[in-house]
Design a binder for this molecule. Sequence first.
Ligand code: ISJ
Length: 103
Amino acid sequence: MRTEILRLRGSIDNIDASLMYLLAERFKCTERVGELKAQGGVAPADPLRESQQIERLGRIAAEAGLDQRFAEEFRSFIVSEVVRRHAAIAAERGQDTVLDTFS
Ligand SMILES: C=C(O[C@@H]1C=C(C(=O)O)C=C[C@H]1O)C(=O)O
């Protein structure tokens, strides 16, 4: 039992590290999207894009055997932080007037 748990923990640690690297890469991309949106006067959140993501990730979660409610909460947690950052970038640049969403 002990040996198997220790072996599994080794894999869990590798998976956690991968998640951190993936999230860091994702935030690098979204940070740049935030700068481009602020430059263009585009709204921080994009509800149409998000509804497409919800649909797509819900399908992928079901296929992968991942709880769909959990998948959506996880997506929403990350995207909320992205949208908060986009609003902060726009505010830092004095870009308070929003023209439209990107989609
Ligand atoms: C990154 C964007 O901005 C927001 C964040 C999203 C995300 O983290 O995937 C998706 C849509 C937007 O609400 C974008 O518009 O692409």
